[in-house]
Design a protein around this ligand. Structure first.
Ligand code: URA
Length: 233
């Protein structure tokens, strides 16, 4: 099986970074765009040139993670939303505000947290004047994974919290099931533990008020367990 490093070399050798979308080899990923000696600022700059899938064509910019390089906790969402796409920062819209509230209630300071997404470009379709969020495909998530893996290896967080199924499957494989495994803790190849919970945007989207309250309480409970695990380390 190819390791990310051999894949990266093969793709770089194949000139994957310089191909147009029509010429892109099937299954190619962002490895060809990752700088040889990555740092978080270098990564954020390099991501602006990424054409590993088609999402760059309609997005304003690539939105990389934000937070301190030595953060103890990494939170991974799905992809930037409309507000994030325009601002160039993750979690600055309504889902981010709910997340801030719940993190504070759990006693997790924003300065301890590195926030990022599984996919770095906003995927959307027009609906009247609105840019409506679309779920990224497995191909898009896979193409984007080198950015996330490199962020993890630079930040080296103690723990990773996947917010929603897209982030969870990006890091644990397409067989992983959030509904079955929510709140469990797993080891990862990066030395961090990993757990998954609901995405705050999914909580906000729930039409039924009682269900919304329940999901919010579950998300809060999961973040409190994360805070206790961080405190125990
Ligand atoms: N939803 C996400 O998954 N990420 C963001 O940055 C914003 C909303």
């Amino acid at each position: 099986m190819s390791t990310p490093r051999t894949l990266r070399k093969q793709e770089a050798d194949a000139g994957a970074a310089s191909r147009t979308p029509a010429e892109r080899p099937p299954g190619s990923t962002a490895w060809a765009f990752i700088p040889e000696r990555p740092t978080l600022p270098a990564l954020a700059k390099a991501a602006q040139a990424c054409t590993a899938c088609d999402l760059y064509q309609r997005a304003t910019q690539a939105v990389m993670g934000a937070g301190p390089a030595g953060a103890r906790l990494m939170l991974v969402g799905e992809q930037p939303g409309d507000k994030e796409d325009l601002a160039g920062q993750p979690f600055v819209g309504p889902a981010g505000r709910l997340l801030d509230e719940l993190l504070e209630a759990a006693g997790i300071g924003r300065r301890e947290v590195y926030l990022t997404n599984a996919v770095k470009h906003f995927k959307w379709e027009p609906r009247g004047k609105v840019r409506l969020h679309q779920k990224p495909t497995l191909r898009e998530v896979t193409a984007c994974r080198p950015w996330l893996e490199t962020e993890i290896s630079l930040v080296r967080p103690q723990g990773i919290v996947c917010l929603g199924a897209t982030a969870y499957q990006a890091l644990r494989g397409s067989q992983a099931r959030l509904t079955r495994e929510r709140g469990q803790f797993f080891d990862t190849p990066w030395g961090s533990w990993l757990t998954a919970t609901f995405h705050p945007a999914a909580v906000l989207r729930m039409p039924d008020a009682a269900k919304r309250r329940e999901a919010r309480a579950q998300l809060q409970h999961d973040l409190e367990r994360v805070a206790r695990r961080l405190a125990a380390a």
